[in-house]
Ligand binder design. Structure first.
Ligand code: F6R
Length: 611
């Protein structure tokens, strides 16, 4: 989704804006632009396409002199991707420039009213209403920027993080947010705003996380925060201790490959602080043993891959801890009036912590008075701040749009919770817990082993990179793995792919299987081997080529698949953590083979901050 950056300081703004925007590229975008105050006017340059087009257009920012500016990468919502729809947007006389991340839901209404007052619109965006509305209120509020921003905010419905500059207040950048991420970086000789921390890390590690309806006013040497009544707010900055290199490629061809290879470390980092002397200690959970025993139900709510980890966890929580679990897509949960009774725990899972639907689902759960827990990767993000409790996954910054390492960390965070709940509720004995812990702590090395064996998958990916349709099948946890394997392939390779519960194929989808169709069969659940094999036999007899991911030494598969990749043996609940590795590699190498933009697949955004 869109990214915003702003700078005011001693340096030339445009190169800093370009650099900041490059750190937000992972969010996904189709056009980019900057507005810089040159001492007399606000100049805007904007264009369709990648940031390098904007860099070329402005000679790396050199043609836009000035030390105050705002920049934007746009992921189109209202209005097609085009030069004119790209941000920033001006007001009528070009004395105000605005960048926006989010959606103004009542923009149609506002536009009609503004047009009736004589304002002209150049673009098809919702954002342009903000520029004109600011113009209207700025004049009405006797050129008081804070008062006019408050007025605008009181009129717009939807989500926004705004960066604003005024030609007659050339020493300031203003910013305000509601439901779209925004941080302020406190630098030396200059201050910044941005949608995410990596954009400012080159200049500062001291960052303020802006809450809804807070206004930031930045000048070269000062940062002031206000509420919408114009009262000064005291805020504390946070020191970011992760390294800028964590957000760089470090010699890998793509962020996705780097992140796949980081999994042994990040999975270990997520497990280790929570295991002590043979016990699972999740202090951040803040639940007593009595409260854990009193739990009647868990709802897991998330989107995309994070949702797929929830599908896995349903099997793990129910199987291990015998607690009923419902798993929902956040976009469904928020509108289905769920029954949330006392004794329910709602777990919201999100890498970014900013996914609009997941945040709305969290708020719904909170409004119903049930306990909420966020499993979140981005420290200080909205879901992390708003959930009653937060359990962080220690994946570090994930840049590639297709998640890999955050997914793996979300899985192990949920295994830890399930084991803790199972033990406290006396569903597993001390001995069983000890044995689960041994298996859990082996996972990082086992992932490493799988990664050292990538050539076979690479060859297979080359061979099938021209496939038009691929089906992923499995039962139980293997179905959950299939969901993620299929998503990994389709989102970065653009090959049509579907995941099916293996037993469900014959209820319709099997009619799509023909000579040469690739079927990926995930077969890691021993008690279901025979059942899944019978489905494999059904598709092979209709001409499918079967690639199976199964456990080491599963001889039953040898005569039933055309290609096999083996994963090390582990507990039946943890197989997803291993089986997903060859499937991530498969998706990755197919995309590379097809010459696609692996890290920034078309139409996708890393942080989905609109519903
Ligand atoms: C797929 C992917 C997405 C995200 C989904 C939720 O590779 O990354 O499906 O999992 O958009 O995002 P978060 O976890 O940030 O809430």
């Amino acid at each position: 989704m869109c990214g915003i950056v702003g700078y005011v300081g001693r340096e030339q703004a445009a190169p800093i804006l370009l650099d900041g925007l490059s750190k937000l590229e992972y969010r996904g975008y189709d056009s980019a632009g900057m507005a810089v105050y040159d001492g007399q006017h606000i100049n805007i340059q904007k264009t369709m396409g990648r940031l390098k087009v904007l860099s070329e257009l402005t000679h790396d920012g050199a043609t836009m002199p000035g030390c105050v500016g705002i920049g934007h990468t746009r992921w189109a919502t209202h209005g097609e991707p085009s030069d004119v729809n790209a941000h920033p947007h001006y007001n009528e006389d070009q004395s105000i420039a605005v960048v926006h991340n989010g959606i103004i839901e009542n923009y149609g209404d506002l536009k009609t009213k503004l047009e009736a007052r004589g304002y002209h619109f150049l673009s098809a965006t919702d954002t342009e209403v903000i520029a004109h509305l600011l113009d209207y209120y700025y004049k009405k509020c006797q050129y008081n920027a804070l008062a006019s921003i408050s007025k605008v905010v009181s009129r717009v419905e939807g989500s926004y993080a705004l960066g604003i500059i005024f030609v007659d207040q050339p020493e300031y950048v203003y910013s305000v947010r509601k439901d779209s991420p925004l941080i302020v970086g406190h630098g030396q000789g200059g201050n910044l705003i941005a949608s995410d921390v990596p954009a400012v890390l080159k200049y500062t590690r001291d960052v303020y996380f802006i809450e809804n309806d807070e206004v930031a006013m930045l000048s070269q040497d000062n940062i002031q925060f206000y509420n919408l009544d114009g009262e000064i707010l005291e805020k504390e900055s946070k020191h970011i201790d992760w390294d800028i290199h964590a957000a760089e490629k470090g010699g890998y061809e793509h962020f996705m490959l780097k992140e796949i290879y980081e999994q042994p470390k990040t999975v270990r980092d997520t497990i280790t602080p929570r295991v002590s002397n043979g016990e699972i200690v999740i202090e951040e959970l803040g639940m007593t043993d009595e409260e854990i025993r009193a739990l009647k139900k868990i709802h897991i709510v998330a989107c995309g891959s994070a949702y797929h980890t929830g599908v896995t966890s349903k099997y793990v929580f129910e199987g291990m801890a015998r607690i009923p679990v419902e798993v929902d897509l956040a976009s469904e949960f928020r509108y289905r009036n769920p029954i949330l009774e006392e004794g329910t725990l709602v777990i919201v899972i999100s890498q970014s912590g900013e996914t609009a639907d997941s945040l709305a689902a969290l708020r719904l759960a909170k409004s119903r008075g049930v306990k909420t827990l966020g499993i979140v990767n981005v420290v200080g993000s909205s879901i992390a701040r708003e959930a009653d409790k937060v359990m962080y996954t220690w994946a570090g910054p994930e840049i590639s749009v297709a998640t890999t390492k955050a997914y793996s960390c979300q899985l192990v965070a949920q295994y830890l919770l399930a084991m803790k709940f199972a033990h406290v509720r006396r569903q597993i004995t001390d001995t069983e817990l000890a044995s689960y812990l041994v298996d859990l702590e082996k996972l990082p090395n086992q992932i490493e082993r799988l990664l050292s064996n990538k050539e076979k998958i690479q060859k297979f990916a080359n061979r099938y990179s021209g496939a038009e349709n691929v089906f992923f099948i499995g039962r139980g946890i293997d179905y959950a793995i299939s969901l993620e394997g299929s998503l990994k392939l389709k989102e970065i390779s653009y090959i049509h792919s579907e995941a099916y519960a293996a037993g469900e194929l014959k209820h319709g989808t099997i009619s799509l299987i023909e000579e040469g169709t690739l079927v990926v069969a995930v077969v890691t659940q021993e008690e279901l081997y025979a059942k899944t094999i019978s489905n494999i036999v059904e598709v092979r007899s209709r001409g499918a080529v079967v690639f199976s991911v199964t456990n080491d030494n599963n001889q039953a598969m040898e005569s039933n698949a055309d290609y096999i990749t083996y994963i090390p043996r582990t507990n039946k609940y943890f197989t997803n953590s291993l089986a997903i590795i060859p499937l991530q590699l498969f998706g990755y190498y197919v995309s590379v083979c097809r010459g696609l933009d692996v890290d920034k697949p078309r139409n996708l955004a890393k942080s989905v901050t609109v519903e």
